[in-house]
Design a protein around this ligand. Structure first.
Ligand code: GLY
Length: 420
Protein backbone atom coordinates (compact mmCIF):
# COMPACT_ATOMS: atom_id res chain seq x y z
CA UNK A 1 0.00 0.00 0.00
CA UNK A 2 0.97 3.60 -0.49
CA UNK A 3 0.28 5.32 2.84
CA UNK A 4 0.25 9.04 3.64
CA UNK A 5 0.53 10.40 7.19
CA UNK A 6 -0.50 14.02 7.77
CA UNK A 7 1.40 15.85 10.52
CA UNK A 8 4.90 16.74 11.64
CA UNK A 9 5.38 15.86 15.30
CA UNK A 10 6.73 13.06 17.45
CA UNK A 11 3.31 11.41 17.24
CA UNK A 12 3.61 11.21 13.46
CA UNK A 13 7.24 10.01 13.62
CA UNK A 14 6.21 7.15 15.90
CA UNK A 15 3.27 6.27 13.63
CA UNK A 16 5.63 6.28 10.65
CA UNK A 17 8.14 4.09 12.53
CA UNK A 18 5.48 1.48 13.40
CA UNK A 19 3.77 1.53 9.99
CA UNK A 20 7.05 1.20 8.13
CA UNK A 21 7.60 -2.16 9.86
CA UNK A 22 4.35 -3.58 8.53
CA UNK A 23 4.79 -5.63 5.33
CA UNK A 24 1.60 -4.05 3.91
CA UNK A 25 3.44 -0.72 3.67
CA UNK A 26 5.15 -0.46 0.28
CA UNK A 27 5.62 3.31 0.24
CA UNK A 28 5.31 5.73 3.12
CA UNK A 29 4.70 9.44 2.56
CA UNK A 30 4.35 12.19 5.14
CA UNK A 31 3.21 15.81 4.87
CA UNK A 32 4.82 17.93 6.03
CA UNK A 33 6.95 15.62 8.25
CA UNK A 34 10.19 16.54 10.02
CA UNK A 35 13.88 15.65 9.82
CA UNK A 36 13.41 12.36 11.66
CA UNK A 37 10.42 11.27 9.57
CA UNK A 38 12.39 12.13 6.42
CA UNK A 39 14.80 9.30 7.28
CA UNK A 40 12.03 6.70 6.83
CA UNK A 41 9.40 8.34 4.60
CA UNK A 42 9.16 10.69 1.62
CA UNK A 43 8.23 14.09 3.05
CA UNK A 44 6.23 16.71 1.14
CA UNK A 45 5.54 20.31 2.00
CA UNK A 46 1.76 20.53 1.77
CA UNK A 47 -0.96 22.71 3.28
CA UNK A 48 -2.66 19.96 5.25
CA UNK A 49 -5.46 22.33 6.28
CA UNK A 50 -6.62 22.69 2.68
CA UNK A 51 -8.88 19.83 1.55
CA UNK A 52 -8.50 20.50 -2.19
CA UNK A 53 -4.70 20.54 -1.89
CA UNK A 54 -4.63 17.30 0.08
CA UNK A 55 -7.09 15.54 -2.27
CA UNK A 56 -5.12 16.65 -5.37
CA UNK A 57 -1.91 15.34 -3.81
CA UNK A 58 -3.49 12.03 -2.81
CA UNK A 59 -4.99 11.46 -6.27
CA UNK A 60 -1.79 12.58 -8.04
CA UNK A 61 0.35 10.21 -5.97
CA UNK A 62 -2.16 7.31 -6.06
CA UNK A 63 -2.18 7.13 -2.26
CA UNK A 64 -4.20 4.18 -0.92
CA UNK A 65 -4.67 5.27 2.67
CA UNK A 66 -4.41 8.55 4.61
CA UNK A 67 -3.81 8.71 8.37
CA UNK A 68 -4.48 12.10 9.93
CA UNK A 69 -2.30 12.79 13.00
CA UNK A 70 -3.17 16.20 14.50
CA UNK A 71 -6.50 17.65 15.57
CA UNK A 72 -6.47 20.81 13.42
CA UNK A 73 -7.00 19.08 10.04
CA UNK A 74 -9.62 16.81 11.63
CA UNK A 75 -11.53 19.81 12.94
CA UNK A 76 -11.16 21.39 9.47
CA UNK A 77 -12.89 18.25 8.06
CA UNK A 78 -9.96 17.03 5.99
CA UNK A 79 -11.00 13.49 7.02
CA UNK A 80 -14.57 14.00 5.84
CA UNK A 81 -13.44 15.63 2.58
CA UNK A 82 -11.05 12.76 1.79
CA UNK A 83 -13.73 10.16 2.45
CA UNK A 84 -16.23 12.02 0.28
CA UNK A 85 -13.57 11.95 -2.45
CA UNK A 86 -13.42 8.14 -2.08
CA UNK A 87 -10.12 7.96 -0.18
CA UNK A 88 -9.66 5.44 2.64
CA UNK A 89 -8.92 7.66 5.66
CA UNK A 90 -8.28 7.28 9.39
CA UNK A 91 -9.72 10.02 11.59
CA UNK A 92 -13.17 11.44 12.39
CA UNK A 93 -15.26 13.86 10.33
CA UNK A 94 -15.59 17.47 11.47
CA UNK A 95 -18.92 16.83 13.23
CA UNK A 96 -17.45 14.14 15.52
CA UNK A 97 -14.19 16.10 15.92
CA UNK A 98 -16.23 18.63 17.90
CA UNK A 99 -15.48 16.36 20.86
CA UNK A 100 -12.09 18.07 20.92
CA UNK A 101 -12.88 21.39 19.25
CA UNK A 102 -15.67 22.35 21.62
CA UNK A 103 -15.61 21.54 25.30
CA UNK A 104 -19.23 22.71 25.47
CA UNK A 105 -20.20 20.15 22.77
CA UNK A 106 -18.56 17.38 24.82
CA UNK A 107 -20.38 18.44 27.97
CA UNK A 108 -23.70 18.27 26.07
CA UNK A 109 -22.84 14.78 24.80
CA UNK A 110 -21.98 13.78 28.41
CA UNK A 111 -25.30 15.12 29.58
CA UNK A 112 -27.20 13.20 26.82
CA UNK A 113 -25.29 9.99 27.58
CA UNK A 114 -25.36 10.23 31.39
CA UNK A 115 -21.54 10.18 31.38
CA UNK A 116 -19.71 10.93 34.65
CA UNK A 117 -17.80 14.21 34.33
CA UNK A 118 -17.28 17.46 36.24
CA UNK A 119 -20.14 19.92 36.79
CA UNK A 120 -19.58 22.88 34.46
CA UNK A 121 -20.81 26.19 33.08
CA UNK A 122 -20.08 27.78 29.67
CA UNK A 123 -19.67 31.52 29.08
CA UNK A 124 -19.04 33.73 26.07
CA UNK A 125 -18.77 36.81 28.26
CA UNK A 126 -15.92 37.51 30.71
CA UNK A 127 -18.01 39.38 33.28
CA UNK A 128 -20.60 36.59 33.54
CA UNK A 129 -17.78 34.03 33.86
CA UNK A 130 -16.15 36.03 36.65
CA UNK A 131 -19.44 36.46 38.51
CA UNK A 132 -19.90 32.67 38.36
CA UNK A 133 -16.36 32.01 39.67
CA UNK A 134 -17.02 34.31 42.63
CA UNK A 135 -19.93 32.07 43.66
CA UNK A 136 -17.83 28.86 43.50
CA UNK A 137 -15.19 27.40 45.77
CA UNK A 138 -11.58 26.74 44.73
CA UNK A 139 -9.71 24.90 43.32
CA UNK A 140 -11.66 25.42 40.11
CA UNK A 141 -10.78 24.58 36.50
CA UNK A 142 -10.83 27.27 33.81
CA UNK A 143 -10.65 26.05 30.20
CA UNK A 144 -10.49 27.96 26.92
CA UNK A 145 -13.28 26.51 24.73
CA UNK A 146 -11.59 25.50 21.49
CA UNK A 147 -8.27 24.06 20.36
CA UNK A 148 -5.43 25.31 22.54
CA UNK A 149 -2.74 22.64 22.01
CA UNK A 150 -2.96 21.48 25.59
CA UNK A 151 -2.18 24.89 27.03
CA UNK A 152 -5.64 26.39 27.52
CA UNK A 153 -6.37 24.84 30.92
CA UNK A 154 -5.73 26.49 34.29
CA UNK A 155 -6.35 24.76 37.61
CA UNK A 156 -6.87 27.81 39.79
CA UNK A 157 -6.21 27.27 43.48
CA UNK A 158 -7.56 30.73 44.36
CA UNK A 159 -10.11 33.17 43.03
CA UNK A 160 -7.56 35.74 41.74
CA UNK A 161 -5.85 33.10 39.54
CA UNK A 162 -9.22 32.01 38.18
CA UNK A 163 -10.18 35.60 37.30
CA UNK A 164 -6.78 36.18 35.62
CA UNK A 165 -7.24 33.00 33.57
CA UNK A 166 -10.63 34.24 32.34
CA UNK A 167 -9.05 37.55 31.30
CA UNK A 168 -6.24 35.72 29.47
CA UNK A 169 -8.72 33.57 27.54
CA UNK A 170 -10.89 36.53 26.49
CA UNK A 171 -7.73 38.49 25.58
CA UNK A 172 -7.05 35.74 23.00
CA UNK A 173 -3.94 34.37 24.69
CA UNK A 174 -4.67 30.83 23.45
CA UNK A 175 -4.31 31.47 19.75
CA UNK A 176 -6.60 28.82 18.28
CA UNK A 177 -9.30 28.95 20.89
CA UNK A 178 -12.64 30.66 20.60
CA UNK A 179 -13.56 33.55 22.91
CA UNK A 180 -15.47 31.30 25.24
CA UNK A 181 -14.70 29.61 28.50
CA UNK A 182 -15.79 26.46 30.29
CA UNK A 183 -15.59 26.57 34.08
CA UNK A 184 -15.50 23.21 35.77
CA UNK A 185 -15.60 21.63 39.18
CA UNK A 186 -12.10 20.41 40.17
CA UNK A 187 -12.07 16.60 40.24
CA UNK A 188 -9.75 14.81 42.63
CA UNK A 189 -8.03 11.57 41.68
CA UNK A 190 -5.32 10.21 39.42
CA UNK A 191 -5.27 11.10 35.75
CA UNK A 192 -4.75 8.57 32.97
CA UNK A 193 -5.34 8.43 29.24
CA UNK A 194 -7.35 5.74 27.50
CA UNK A 195 -7.12 5.27 23.73
CA UNK A 196 -9.95 3.56 21.91
CA UNK A 197 -10.24 2.72 18.22
CA UNK A 198 -13.76 3.23 16.89
CA UNK A 199 -15.07 2.32 13.44
CA UNK A 200 -18.57 3.73 13.84
CA UNK A 201 -19.91 0.42 15.22
CA UNK A 202 -17.24 -1.26 17.33
CA UNK A 203 -14.99 0.25 19.99
CA UNK A 204 -11.68 -1.46 20.76
CA UNK A 205 -9.43 -0.32 23.65
CA UNK A 206 -6.04 0.41 22.09
CA UNK A 207 -3.92 1.06 25.15
CA UNK A 208 -3.44 3.27 28.17
CA UNK A 209 -0.82 5.81 29.11
CA UNK A 210 -0.01 8.50 31.60
CA UNK A 211 1.42 11.80 30.47
CA UNK A 212 3.07 14.67 32.32
CA UNK A 213 1.56 17.99 31.35
CA UNK A 214 3.55 20.43 33.50
CA UNK A 215 6.83 21.82 32.15
CA UNK A 216 9.08 21.17 35.14
CA UNK A 217 10.06 18.46 37.64
CA UNK A 218 7.61 17.76 40.44
CA UNK A 219 4.60 18.82 38.31
CA UNK A 220 5.57 22.47 38.53
CA UNK A 221 5.45 25.20 35.91
CA UNK A 222 3.01 25.92 33.10
CA UNK A 223 0.94 23.35 31.23
CA UNK A 224 2.48 22.01 28.03
CA UNK A 225 1.37 19.60 25.32
CA UNK A 226 3.13 16.89 27.40
CA UNK A 227 6.71 16.47 28.66
CA UNK A 228 6.79 12.68 28.85
CA UNK A 229 4.61 9.59 29.11
CA UNK A 230 4.63 5.93 29.95
CA UNK A 231 2.41 2.99 29.08
CA UNK A 232 0.51 1.11 30.43
CA UNK A 233 -1.14 3.25 33.11
CA UNK A 234 -1.50 0.79 35.99
CA UNK A 235 -4.46 2.67 37.50
CA UNK A 236 -6.49 1.63 34.45
CA UNK A 237 -6.59 -2.03 35.51
CA UNK A 238 -8.97 -4.41 33.72
CA UNK A 239 -11.94 -3.62 35.96
CA UNK A 240 -11.50 0.19 35.79
CA UNK A 241 -10.89 0.08 32.06
CA UNK A 242 -14.05 -1.95 31.57
CA UNK A 243 -15.97 0.58 33.64
CA UNK A 244 -14.54 3.47 31.58
CA UNK A 245 -15.62 1.73 28.37
CA UNK A 246 -19.16 0.96 29.60
CA UNK A 247 -19.86 4.21 31.47
CA UNK A 248 -17.94 6.74 29.36
CA UNK A 249 -16.71 5.69 25.91
CA UNK A 250 -19.59 3.47 24.74
CA UNK A 251 -22.36 5.93 25.74
CA UNK A 252 -20.41 8.72 23.99
CA UNK A 253 -20.20 6.72 20.78
CA UNK A 254 -23.91 5.85 21.03
CA UNK A 255 -24.87 9.51 21.39
CA UNK A 256 -22.78 10.43 18.34
CA UNK A 257 -24.30 7.60 16.32
CA UNK A 258 -27.83 8.61 17.33
CA UNK A 259 -27.05 12.15 16.22
CA UNK A 260 -26.06 10.80 12.79
CA UNK A 261 -22.36 11.62 13.25
CA UNK A 262 -20.68 8.28 14.06
CA UNK A 263 -17.07 8.38 15.22
CA UNK A 264 -14.27 6.80 13.17
CA UNK A 265 -10.67 7.02 14.33
CA UNK A 266 -8.96 6.99 17.69
CA UNK A 267 -10.78 8.50 20.63
CA UNK A 268 -8.51 9.69 23.42
CA UNK A 269 -10.33 9.86 26.73
CA UNK A 270 -8.56 11.88 29.43
CA UNK A 271 -9.85 10.32 32.66
CA UNK A 272 -9.58 10.96 36.36
CA UNK A 273 -9.91 7.94 38.61
CA UNK A 274 -10.80 7.89 42.28
CA UNK A 275 -11.61 4.74 44.27
CA UNK A 276 -11.78 2.75 41.03
CA UNK A 277 -14.38 5.11 39.51
CA UNK A 278 -13.37 6.86 36.28
CA UNK A 279 -14.78 10.24 35.28
CA UNK A 280 -14.19 12.06 32.00
CA UNK A 281 -11.86 15.09 32.03
CA UNK A 282 -11.83 15.66 28.27
CA UNK A 283 -11.82 14.03 24.87
CA UNK A 284 -9.31 14.42 22.09
CA UNK A 285 -9.96 13.09 18.61
CA UNK A 286 -6.44 11.86 17.80
CA UNK A 287 -3.55 10.09 19.45
CA UNK A 288 -1.99 11.95 22.35
CA UNK A 289 1.46 13.38 21.82
CA UNK A 290 3.70 12.02 23.43
CA UNK A 291 1.39 9.14 24.45
CA UNK A 292 1.31 7.84 20.87
CA UNK A 293 5.08 7.34 21.01
CA UNK A 294 4.83 4.86 23.89
CA UNK A 295 1.86 3.04 22.33
CA UNK A 296 3.66 2.66 18.99
CA UNK A 297 6.84 1.51 20.73
CA UNK A 298 4.85 -1.29 22.39
CA UNK A 299 2.64 -2.25 19.44
CA UNK A 300 5.07 -1.97 16.52
CA UNK A 301 3.84 -3.20 13.14
CA UNK A 302 0.45 -4.46 14.36
CA UNK A 303 -0.58 -0.85 15.05
CA UNK A 304 -1.05 -0.45 11.31
CA UNK A 305 -3.34 -3.50 11.00
CA UNK A 306 -5.54 -2.03 13.73
CA UNK A 307 -5.59 1.46 12.21
CA UNK A 308 -6.42 0.01 8.79
CA UNK A 309 -9.20 -2.17 10.26
CA UNK A 310 -10.66 0.96 11.87
CA UNK A 311 -10.83 2.77 8.52
CA UNK A 312 -12.36 -0.30 6.85
CA UNK A 313 -15.03 -0.67 9.57
CA UNK A 314 -13.63 -4.11 10.43
CA UNK A 315 -12.81 -3.77 14.15
CA UNK A 316 -15.35 -6.43 15.17
CA UNK A 317 -12.95 -9.08 13.85
CA UNK A 318 -9.80 -7.55 15.33
CA UNK A 319 -7.91 -7.78 18.60
CA UNK A 320 -4.83 -6.15 20.09
CA UNK A 321 -1.96 -8.46 21.06
CA UNK A 322 -0.25 -6.87 24.01
CA UNK A 323 3.17 -7.94 25.20
CA UNK A 324 3.74 -7.81 28.95
CA UNK A 325 5.99 -4.77 28.64
CA UNK A 326 6.36 -1.08 29.44
CA UNK A 327 7.43 1.91 27.39
CA UNK A 328 8.44 5.39 28.40
CA UNK A 329 9.21 8.56 26.48
CA UNK A 330 11.11 11.62 27.66
CA UNK A 331 10.39 14.87 25.82
CA UNK A 332 13.36 17.14 25.15
CA UNK A 333 12.14 20.70 24.58
CA UNK A 334 13.77 24.01 23.69
CA UNK A 335 14.47 26.16 26.77
CA UNK A 336 11.62 28.69 26.98
CA UNK A 337 8.86 26.26 25.89
CA UNK A 338 5.85 26.49 26.36
CA UNK A 339 6.49 30.26 26.17
CA UNK A 340 8.77 31.99 23.66
CA UNK A 341 11.78 29.98 22.52
CA UNK A 342 14.51 30.43 19.91
CA UNK A 343 14.68 28.29 16.77
CA UNK A 344 17.72 26.96 14.93
CA UNK A 345 19.92 25.60 17.74
CA UNK A 346 22.04 22.63 16.60
CA UNK A 347 21.51 19.17 18.10
CA UNK A 348 24.34 16.64 18.08
CA UNK A 349 24.84 13.09 19.25
CA UNK A 350 21.70 11.47 17.85
CA UNK A 351 23.60 9.24 15.42
CA UNK A 352 25.32 7.52 18.33
CA UNK A 353 22.01 6.59 20.04
CA UNK A 354 20.96 2.96 19.67
CA UNK A 355 17.93 2.53 17.38
CA UNK A 356 16.36 -0.88 18.01
CA UNK A 357 12.90 -2.29 18.62
CA UNK A 358 13.46 -1.20 22.23
CA UNK A 359 14.92 2.27 21.86
CA UNK A 360 14.17 5.05 19.39
CA UNK A 361 14.62 8.80 19.46
CA UNK A 362 11.51 10.15 17.73
CA UNK A 363 11.75 13.65 16.30
CA UNK A 364 9.06 16.21 17.11
CA UNK A 365 10.32 19.64 16.03
CA UNK A 366 13.47 19.19 13.95
CA UNK A 367 14.67 20.51 10.60
CA UNK A 368 17.81 19.71 8.66
CA UNK A 369 19.61 22.94 7.72
CA UNK A 370 22.92 22.68 5.80
CA UNK A 371 23.15 19.04 6.90
CA UNK A 372 22.88 20.07 10.55
CA UNK A 373 20.01 18.86 12.70
CA UNK A 374 18.34 21.93 14.23
CA UNK A 375 15.51 22.51 16.68
CA UNK A 376 12.52 24.09 14.98
CA UNK A 377 9.82 23.64 17.60
CA UNK A 378 9.06 23.79 21.31
CA UNK A 379 9.01 20.04 21.83
CA UNK A 380 11.91 18.72 19.78
CA UNK A 381 12.83 15.10 20.60
CA UNK A 382 11.02 12.18 22.24
CA UNK A 383 13.55 9.72 23.58
CA UNK A 384 11.62 6.47 23.89
CA UNK A 385 12.46 3.05 25.33
CA UNK A 386 10.73 -0.26 26.06
CA UNK A 387 11.57 -3.02 28.55
CA UNK A 388 10.02 -5.77 30.66
CA UNK A 389 9.42 -3.30 33.47
CA UNK A 390 9.09 0.46 33.76
CA UNK A 391 12.27 0.91 35.78
CA UNK A 392 14.45 -0.69 33.10
CA UNK A 393 12.70 1.26 30.36
CA UNK A 394 13.29 4.45 32.32
CA UNK A 395 16.99 3.75 32.85
CA UNK A 396 17.44 3.04 29.14
CA UNK A 397 15.55 6.18 28.05
CA UNK A 398 17.42 8.51 30.41
CA UNK A 399 20.76 6.97 29.45
CA UNK A 400 19.96 8.01 25.87
CA UNK A 401 18.79 11.49 26.90
CA UNK A 402 22.14 12.07 28.64
CA UNK A 403 23.95 11.34 25.37
CA UNK A 404 22.11 14.02 23.39
CA UNK A 405 24.42 16.99 22.92
CA UNK A 406 22.04 19.98 22.94
CA UNK A 407 22.75 22.86 25.33
CA UNK A 408 19.60 24.76 24.39
CA UNK A 409 17.31 21.88 25.41
CA UNK A 410 15.71 20.83 28.68
CA UNK A 411 13.78 17.80 29.94
CA UNK A 412 12.00 16.60 33.05
CA UNK A 413 14.03 14.22 35.20
CA UNK A 414 11.05 12.64 36.97
CA UNK A 415 9.05 11.01 34.16
CA UNK A 416 7.77 7.63 35.38
CA UNK A 417 9.00 8.07 38.99
CA UNK A 418 5.46 8.37 40.37
CA UNK A 419 4.71 4.83 39.11
CA UNK A 420 7.78 3.13 40.61
N1 GLY B 1 -0.35 14.80 25.66
C1 GLY B 1 -1.57 15.46 25.65
C2 GLY B 1 -2.16 15.70 24.33
O1 GLY B 1 -1.74 15.13 23.34
O2 GLY B 1 -3.10 16.46 24.24
Amino acid sequence: MKILILGSGGREHSLAWAIKQNPKCDTLLCAPGNAGIAQIAECYSLDIMNAATVIDFVKGQNVDFVIIGPEAPLVADIGGALRRAGVLTFGPDQAAAQLEASKNFTKEVCSDGGIPTAAYAHFTNAEAAKAYVKMQSTPIVIKADGLATGKGVVIATNEATALDAIDAIFAGQFADSAAAVVIEEFMEGEEASLFVLCDGETALPFGTAKDYKRAFNGDRGPNTGGMGAYSPASILDTVTLDKAMKEIVEPTLSVLKERGTPYQGVLYAGLIIKDGNPRLVEYNVRFGDPECQVLMMRLGAQAFDLIEATAHGALANTRVNWADDFAITIVMATKGYPGQYPKGSVIKGLNELPETSKSVCFHAGTTLIDDKLTASGGRVLNVTARADNLEEARILAYSMVERVDWLEGFFRKDIGISAL
